[in-house]
Design a binder for this molecule. Structure first.
Ligand code: SAM
Ligand code: SF4
Length: 348
């Protein structure tokens, strides 16, 4: 069976009848169970800082949001988060932050990577657009994966969501540079953006295929009241955003089989069991927050961020129970690399 057309993909993403959607989720879950098993990999999410040089119109920590109390974790604080993740049995961490370019930050991240190397964790970075040299230095310092969402594969919609200084072409070029540097490359989009069509979402899946992504981290768009885009999101509602997010996960799993797909935290912001439902629709990665509780509220990309007051230890117990209830188990002590990456590496 060949890859479906944009029209076919859009048809599935747009399905509204409950029975057809249930069947779609079930088919996607069967592919997930066959390819990666009934287990879920974890990455401890470390929110390194909310200082950002960019002004994406949808994001709560954009540089023009004067209401944000800015913070950056110290090296020791990041190492403590990584150690906690390791002691909790999470085989990997994700270090994420606003976008900061320049030598001082590049070197800071290198130092952090060297400091956490003895923990033998898989390390994903999600630190935005950087030069190829910076990506290479971080790869050499021990990072193995990089997540850079394209946000939308429609260049016109991308332009409407970002200031003119942001370039869609540069973002695509960054994804290519990451591949050249030898990372497992992750990308993704937001679903339910104002002005986004079902065909846009269908083309996003084609984009993931064409860029040969190893990991997909996508989540529903959730308006943040202190951002310009919130004014255009009048018709937004949580139930529709969740349903759309789950269908995108399912259709992506059905057609891209062996990529790692994260059940984004944004799903949990829309429903308490949002991440488990993401897994039942085909996701196989969850990213529990291991950042100190004191900073979590300051890293609010969207309204109603979940688990802001829950310690990481509590979070783990809660996840264990929730996933066991749906017949899945958390994979402790494993890095949980992308099967697609290993297949690609073998084929190269
Ligand atoms: N600054 C880096 C970047 O933009 O690639 C990494 C951190 S950024 C906060 C991570 C992701 O948050 C973005 O790629 C975007 O998709 C998501 N995000 C930002 N605002 C959001 C919103 N209002 N709703 C849902 N996701 C959002
Ligand atoms: Fe900054 Fe990333 Fe938010 Fe854009 S999405 S404003 S780059 S943190």
């Amino acid at each position: 069976m060949g890859f479906p057309s944009v029209e076919e993909l859009a048809g599935w993403i747009g399905r509204a009848d409950d029975e057809a959607v249930r069947a779609l989720h079930a088919r996607a879950y069967a592919v997930k169970a066959e390819v990666v098993g009934r287990r879920v990999s974890m990455r401890g999410l470390i929110e390194e800082g909310n200082v950002c040089a960019k002004d994406c119109l949808y994001c709560g920590i954009r540089k023009s949001n004067a209401k944000v109390a800015r913070y950056r974790l110290s090296k020791d604080e990041i190492v403590a988060c990584a150690r906690f993740a390791s002691e909790s049995g999470y085989g990997s961490v994700v270090i994420q932050s606003g976008e900061i370019e320049g030598e001082a930050h590049t070197r800071f991240i290198e130092d952090v990577l060297h400091a956490i190397a003895p923990l033998h964790l898989g390390v994903t970075l999600s630190l935005g657009e950087q030069t190829e040299e910076t990506y290479r230095r971080w790869r050499d310092a021990g990072a193995t994966r990089y997540l850079l969402r394209i946000e939308t594969s429609n260049p016109a919609l991308y332009a409407a969501l970002h200031p003119a200084s942001c370039s869609f072409d540069r973002r695509v070029e960054c994804l290519r540079a990451l591949r050249r540097c030898g990372y497992q490359v992750g990308t993704g989009v937001m679903m339910g953006l104002p002005g986004q069509t079902l065909e846009d979402l269908a083309r996003d899946i084609v984009f993931f295929r064409d860029i040969d992504a190893d990991m997909i981290g996508m989540g529903p768009y959730i308006p943040h009241p202190d951002t310009p885009l919130a004014a255009e999101a009048a018709g937004w509602n949580a139930a529709a955003a969740l349903a759309l997010g789950l269908k995108m996960i399912a259709v992506t799993r059905l057609h891209l089989h062996d990529v790692n797909i994260a059940a984004a935290t944004a799903l949990q912001a829309l429903a308490e069991d949002g991440r488990e439902r993401g897994v039942m629709a085909g996701a196989n990665v969850i990213m529990p927050n291991v950042t100190a509780v004191a900073h979590r509220r300051d890293y609010s990309l969207y309204a109603n961020k979940p688990c802001c007051d829950e310690t990481a230890a509590l979070c783990r117990g809660c996840l264990d129970r929730r996933l066991a209830a749906v017949g899945e188990h958390l994979l402790y002590g494993k890095r949980g690399d992308s099967p697609h990456y290993h297949r690609r590496a073998r084929d190269d």
